[in-house]
Design a protein around this ligand. Structure first.
Ligand code: PLP
Length: 392
């Protein structure tokens, strides 16, 4: 007998839970891609995508995942042999650096380990040391999804300005967009990349690059900008097919429309507040469990924790045992540990996008039951502590 039948909760950090309206939007025959309804729908996505990123500048849409837009963004601002500065605090920072290396860029990595936020002073020092201005861009993960660390983008912008260096600030918001506050123009971010399957609640398969005029000027000399990855025709198309570099991703567009409708209806301020409050319930539960045994939050400093994904340490193999128990006994799938050895000593909880209080309480109560069933030492009262935050 299992109690896992019923609607599952995929509590991994992407793909995230898809709203019913998003799923329903895709249940239709293929539309005409040459004229009509789909063209109007696509044109209407653009202002809403800019709203989500907080920019009045440009957005290019790619048929691809996050890895695709990592590459796309770099191609449009850099030439072979250019340098990029990559502050890293997790697996995804390394991933973007690796993508840059694959493009024959010269990567200077600022390694921060797995438990510390990116230090703006180190970025400033590295930029000051680059007196010949060989560094084209600083590429930063807003949230590194492996460690759950959220980096302070405005502070990093200020450090870059203080250095007087002209490098672009390029931010990976794949895990954070639509969950954590992001204001591209106000914060002076030059390029943002994101993908459809996390805070944007749409199936994996669309990637986005937002860029401002300064980044677009870099495109003039970027010799890596190939036909397919060139952001210009996608961001300023003369005709519909230029948006996509070929056939439109038809059903993804209907899904994205439905997701953006939900985001518009709730409003970003409310969405950010909801994620913040739900994240606090999860942190409180973990701190309570951690009063006994080995469980602890990866990021000690709450000001630098993601509101969309939480990385949790547990005793060796206990994380895997707990994940399996929650999935098979209760229908909650937790995320694997990523980027650390041994991976089996931690796990992640995805709490991004279409989630609410009863789902988060369900995850917390399920983990609580799993810890008890598996006799993993833990502090008592986590569900009660999280519930108190909800009712406060
Ligand atoms: C998920 C994620 C990626 C990778 O996206 P894919 O769609 O799997 O290619 C990159 N960066 C961050 C911060 C992510 O959360």
């Amino acid at each position: 007998m299992t109690l896992s039948n019923g609607r599952p909760y995929l509590a991994i950090p992407g793909p995230s839970v898809m709203p019913d309206s998003v799923l329903r939007a895709m249940m239709r025959p293929a539309p005409n891609i040459y004229e009509g309804e789909l063209h109007n729908l696509a044109n209407g996505l653009v202002p809403d995508l800019k709203y989500v990123a907080g920019t009045e500048h440009f957005v290019a849409i790619y048929i691809g995942n996050g890895h695709a837009v990592w590459e796309a963004a770099l191609c449009n601002v850099a030439s072979r042999g250019d340098k990029v500065l990559v502050p890293v605090n997790g697996r995804f920072g390394h991933g973007w650096a690796d993508m840059a290396q694959g493009l024959h860029l010269d990567v200077e990595m600022l390694e921060h380990g797995m438990e510390a936020a990116v230090d703006p002073a180190r970025i400033e020092a590295a930029l000051r040391a680059d007196t010949e201005h060989k560094i084209r861009a600083v590429t930063l993960c807003h949230v590194d999804t492996s460690t759950g660390i959220r980096n302070d983008v405005p502070a990093i912008r200020r450090a870059m300005d203080a250095s007087g260096h002209p490098a672009l600030l390029m931010v990976d918001c794949i895990a954070s967009l639509g969950c954590d506050e992001m204001k591209m123009d106000e914060w002076g971010v030059d390029v943002i990349v994101a993908a459809s399957q996390k805070g944007l609640m749409t199936p994996p398969g669309l990637g986005f690059v937002w860029f401002n005029d300064k980044a677009d000027a870099a495109r003039n000399t970027a010799d890596l900008a190939s036909r397919y990855w060139d952001w210009r025709p996608r961001a300023t198309p003369d005709f519909f097919h230029q948006y996509w570099g070929g056939t439109a991703p038809t059903h993804h567009l209907y899904a994205l429309r439905a997701a953006l409708d939900l985001i518009r209806a709730e409003g970003l301020d409310h969405i950010w507040a909801r994620h913040s409050q739900l994240a606090k319930m999860i942190w409180t539960a973990i701190e309570t469990w951690g009063q006994k045994g080995e469980m602890r939050l990866n990021m000690a400093d709450a000001a630098h924790r993601s509101h969309a994904v939480t990385s949790v340490h547990l005793g060796h193999n206990d994380a895997d045992r707990l994940r399996h128990w929650c999935e098979h006994e209760a229908g909650v799938t937790l995320g694997i540990g990523l980027g650390r050895t041994p991976d089996s000593a931690w796990f992640r909880i995805g709490h991004m996008g279409h989630i609410n209080a009863h789902m988060v309480l369900g995850v917390i109560a399920t983990i609580d039951a799993g810890l008890k069933a598996l006799q993993i030492p833990h502090g008592d009262g986590a569900v009660e502590a999280a519930t108190r935050l909800l009712s406060a």
